[in-house]
Each structure stands twice: as structure tokens, then as C-alpha cells.
Design a protein around this ligand. Structure first.
Ligand SMILES: Cc1cc2nc3c(=O)[nH]c(=O)nc-3n(C[C@H](O)[C@H](O)[C@H](O)COP(=O)(O)OP(=O)(O)OC[C@H]3O[C@@H](n4cnc5c(N)ncnc54)[C@H](O)[C@@H]3O)c2cc1C
Length: 511
């Protein structure tokens, strides 16, 4: 009989509680499954698969003789049960999408029918079942403070042959080139974390995270490693806290990294789980507007000319297009620009967030359903508990890329333009344009919309939606279920009072 450890999005041996516990119970079969049907889902892409595959290879180099099988999980379990006898399955809890949720239900059924136990262990500060948001932050801290799981010195592994890892073409994934994609594997993840903390990348974290010109260097870039579990969240949190303590012992003038910056980083690690909790508590967030007043409000998506222009970085708004093209080529963009891309699509273009969210999921190497869908809904306004933020695409351009360096890097058609024209090429007179060798709508698209008129129309639509019957009652219920109680503005008691006074009632414009 074997203890089967099912590696999902936890591709590491360190701080891997299921592996450590299974190893104490008997011979271990470490299994990873290439689930062909999963890779047919519209939000998956070759960049996800390649990162996953690199992480598998690295895990094997860490000494885990992983058996990879291709196919449907219950069929694979049946075959392994027939050949080896499975005493118990061990895995981490997963908050995935609707597809993985249904798959886990089939595995539960299979286990019940075959009298095989399935022990699932938490790996994030996310709770299953009914949760009390008022006490959530405390449980997160307690979970992160628990000791890291230690593997026994000698693990007996069961001897099994697996399948060859298929290529992405073999899985039917269309290859979308991503030349600057982050590489998978724990070795890469650890090096990245080290360079964030020790080589001082974190020094300017707080100040540099908003602009795409500086964020790629100043942010940790750990997101795909946390999404695929090559690093454990607990080890990252514990290391960050210990760095903060060490820094506090150093006089402020000699601190290589301001502790405030690292605390801001820790706050985001907390958000990671806070957002995943939303999807865990309401899986419909992946496909249904949280607030009923937004349902059916936006219907246009794939195939719509506005969608296609946005999805390919051809909207005629240089900063928006630079962000999209950079994301296509690197698989990453900073938080503020992710928010702007969604807000521009959801408000100015009034596109359906399900379509734009699917496109972004394909492009983010770090696609994590539990963060992604609640964030996409939040930036589209359909959660109704967060202040709707309409980003002015021209103001963002001047604020975040004043010299147009980022735009010129990613939209080379504009590289010869000078001054304000890089941000707003449509303001050039025909004579100025000719002098700079530029022809609007030939060299580069004219804007696909009048952004001021589109923002006005979006505000009017939002005002109508918010005036609908029962809007604030639904909003209150959503806040009580999902709202953050962490910020000083919304402590539990104040939060309840605040929500009674019409939360998120104003629009934030022209950010
Ligand atoms: C529309 C939209 C979609 C997003 N989709 C994803 C996604 O699929 N996967 C994903 O990991 N992040 C997502 N984010 C959150 C955030 O943009 C990324 O986590 C961050 O940019 C990753 O870069 P980093 O690792 O350098 O982050 P850092 O700033 O170094 O933060 C460290 C870690 O904290 C977590 N984190 C940071 N910011 C947030 C946030 N705002 N919300 C939740 N967790 C956060 C991430 O795990 C991140 O790796 C999304 C944000 C938006 C607005």
C-alpha cells in the first residue's frame, strides 16, 4: 500500500506538509497530473504550462522522484490503486476555478467509493466552509506563524513509471510567444526572493511600485512562484517578518531597506489570501457579477472591435497599449496598470469583464483564480463595495511615464515623437505630424473612443445602476461577507457602521 502525495499548485518539497506527513506513514508515491481537459479551458495558455513544466523539472532536481501521468485524475487514481493499492491521498487544499472544484468533487466521490482517505491540508491563510470575516486577519497571522513543515531524513518512495511530460503543442495549446516570461521552479523563486531582500530591490518598493518604468525591478516578482507553490506563503511571510525585526535593530540612516516598505510587502501577502478567500467563499465570483444590479449590464467581449483593439494593444491610447504589449511580451505588469487595463475596458469601453478577465488570465504567468476574478470584478465596479475607479488613460500616462520611456519601448511607432505627443499623438497638427514623420491612423491607430465622453457615459450608467431598488441592501450583504476588516478605516465595528451609511457611494475619477 502507498501514501499518494498529489502535487497540484504546490511544486516544492520544502514546507510541504502533505509530503512530510505522508512520509511518516509509509512509502510515498509523489504524483503530478497533466490534466488535458484543464489545459483546454479558455483562460489557460502556453506560458502557464511552460512555467508549470519548468517547476516540475526543478522539483525533480530537488530530489523528489515525481511520477507524472497524463489524463483524467480519477482514471489515474484507479490505475494506481489497482497496481499499488492507495492507502491515503495527501494534498494541499486548492482554491481553483469551477473546473478544478468539480474535479475535486469527482475525486472525493472516487475516494468514498473505494474507501481511500483524502487528507487535504491548508497552504494559505484561506478558510474552508463558513468564515467569520471579523476574525479572519487574526487567524491569518496565527497560520503564518506556525512552524514550517520538515521532511523526515529518509523518505521511502514507491517505484513507478510515469508518462513523458508533453509539449504544449501536444496538449493543443497555441503557442503565444512571451520572450521575457519569468522562469518556473523553486531555484528561480528563491533567487528572486533573495535579490528582492538582499540586493536591495526592495529599497524603493513602496515608491516605485506604481509606475511600470520602475515596478518590474522594485516589486518582488514572486507572484507566479506563489501561484504555483514553488515557494510557500508561510516561508515568505516568516522571512519577511524576520527581515523587518532585523532592520528595526539598525539605526534608520543605515537601514538598507525601510521597514515600512517591507511591511507594505507583508500587507500584500495578506491581500493574497484575503482575495482568495473571496473566491473560496463565493465561487460564482468567477462568472457572475457579485452585485445583482450589474448582472447583464455589460455584454460585449471576444470578437467585438473594441475588445480586439484593447486585447492586442491597438486602442490608440499609447500608455494603455504600451501596458498591454508589455504584458503580452513579459507575462507580468504591476498592480496599478492591471487595474487600469481592467478599468479602461470595463468603464471606457464598457466591455464584459468575463471576456477581458479571460484574456488577462491567459497573459498573466501568475494567473491565480482566487486573486484574479475578485480583482477583475473589483476593478470593474461590480462588487459594489469598493469605490469605482475610472483611470484617465492620458493622465496616467503623464503621471506614470512622464518622459514616455515605457511607451517608446513598447510602442515603437511612437519612438520619434517628442514631448506631449508621445502621450497624445492625436494633438499633433498635420504640419507637426509631417515634420515628425508620423501619420495618425497609419503609423499608429487614432483613439478608438473619445475618452472623456466615454468616462461621462460610464458615470451615468453607474449612477443609474446605483439608483436601482435594493442596491444598498445588497451592497451591505456583500460587505459583510467579503469586505476587508484590516484597514484602520474599516475595523469590525466601524465597518458595520460605515456600511450602514452607504459605502463606496462616490466615484473616483481621473486617477
Ligand atoms: C485585475 C487584476 C488581476 C490580478 N490578477 C492576479 C493574478 O492572477 N495573480 C496574482 O498573483 N496577482 C494578481 N493581481 C494582483 C497583483 O497585481 C499581483 O499580485 C502583483 O502585481 C504581482 O507582482 P509581485 O509579485 O511583484 O507583487 P508584490 O508587490 O511584490 O507583492 C507580493 C505578493 O503579494 C500578493 N499581492 C500583491 N498585490 C496584490 C493584490 N493587489 N491583491 C492580491 N494579492 C496581491 C501577490 O501574491 C504578490 O506576489 C491582480 C491584480 C489586478 C488589479
Amino acid at each position: 500500500m502507498i501514501e499518494l502525495v498529489w502535487f497540484k499548485r504546490d511544486l516544492r518539497a520544502a514546507d510541504h506538509a502533505p509530503l512530510a506527513m505522508a512520509a511518516k506513514s509509509g512509502p510515498v508515491l509523489p504524483l503530478a497530473v497533466v490534466e488535458s481537459d484543464y489545459w483546454k479551458l479558455p483562460e489557460t495558455s502556453s506560458r502557464h504550462y511552460l512555467f508549470w513544466r519548468e517547476s516540475i523539472d526543478d522539483l525533480r532536481r530537488q530530489g523528489v522522484p515525481l511520477c507524472v501521468r497524463i489524463g483524467e485524475v480519477t482514471a489515474i487514481l484507479k490505475a494506481l490503486h489497482d497496481s499499488h493499492g492507495i492507502r491515503r491521498i495527501w494534498s494541499h487544499e486548492e482554491t481553483g476555478n469551477a473546473w478544478t472544484y468539480e474535479r475535486d468533487k469527482s475525486v472525493t466521490r472516487w475516494c468514498r467509493e473505494n474507501s481511500v482517505g483524502w487528507k487535504q491540508i491548508r497552504q494559505f491563510g484561506v478558510l474552508r466552509g463558513p468564515t467569520d470575516r471579523d476574525r479572519w486577519a487574526k487567524q491569518w497571522e496565527a497560520f503564518m506563524a506556525e512552524p514550517l513543515a520538515k521532511l523526515p531524513d529518509n523518505i521511502t518512495y514507491a517505484d513507478t513509471t510515469g508518462d513523458q511530460l508533453p509539449s504544449h503543442e501536444g496538449l493543443g495549446l497555441t503557442y503565444a510567444p512571451c520572450p521575457q516570461r519569468q522562469r518556473g521552479g523553486r531555484t528561480e523563486g528563491l533567487a528572486l526572493f533573495e535579490s528582492f531582500l538582499s540586493s536591495g530591490r526592495a529599497r524603493h518598493y513602496q515608491r516605485a511600485m506604481s509606475s511600470p518604468t520602475s515596478a518590474a525591478e522594485a516589486c518582488s516578482r514572486l507572484s507566479p512562484h506563489l501561484a504555483y507553490g514553488t515557494l510557500s506563503m508561510r516561508e515568505v511571510v516568516q522571512r519577511a517578518y524576520s527581515e523587518v525585526s532585523a532592520l528595526k535593530a539598525v539605526p534608520p540612516d543605515h537601514q538598507p531597506i525601510p521597514p515600512r516598505g517591507l511591511n507594505a510587502f507583508i500587507a500584500r501577502l495578506h491581500w493574497h489570501c484575503h482575495f482568495i478567500q473571496k473566491l473560496e467563499s463565493e465561487p460564482e465570483t468567477e462568472w457572475r457579477d457579485l452585485h445583482p444590479a450589474f448582472r447583464d449590464a455589460r455584454t460585449q467581449g471576444f470578437g467585438d472591435p473594441l475588445f480586439e483593439a484593447w486585447a492586442n494593444g491597438n486602442t490608440g491610447f499609447p500608455f494603455v497599449d504600451a501596458c498591454m504589449r508589455s504584458l503580452i511580451a513579459t507575462g507580468w505588469i504591476n498592480f496599478r496598470m492591471r487595474a487600469m487595463l481592467v478599468a479602461f475596458a470595463s468603464y471606457h469601453l464598457w466591455l464584459d469583464w468575463r471576456a477581458t478577465g479571460t484574456r488577462l488570465a491567459q497573459l498573466f504567468t501568475d494567473y491565480e483564480p482566487g486573486i484574479h476574478w475578485p480583482q477583475v470584478q473589483m476593478q470593474s465596479g461590480s462588487t459594489a463595495i469598493n469605490t469605482p475607479r475610472l483611470y484617465n488613460p492620458v493622465k496616467q500616462s503623464h503621471d506614470q511615464d512622464p518622459d514616455g520611456i515605457f511607451i517608446k519601448q513598447w510602442v515603437p511607432e511612437l519612438s520619434k515623437l517628442k514631448g506631449r505627443a508621445v502621450h497624445e499623438p492625436w494633438t499633433l497638427s498635420p504640419l507637426e505630424a509631417r515634420e515628425q514623420g508620423f501619420i495618425l491612423d497609419e503609423s499608429y491607430p487614432a483613439p478608438i473612443i473619445d475618452h472623456e465622453a466615454a468616462a461621462r457615459a460610464a458615470r451615468e450608467r453607474l449612477t443609474r445602476i446605483r439608483a436601482s431598488d435594493g442596491f444598498y441592501q445588497h451592497q451591505r450583504a456583500i460587505y459583510l461577507k467579503h469586505g476587508s476588516r484590516k484597514s484602520s478605516r474599516h475595523t469590525p465595528k466601524q465597518g458595520r457602521a460605515w456600511v450602514k451609511k452607504k459605502p463606496a457611494n462616490q466615484l473616483e475619477l481621473d486617477l
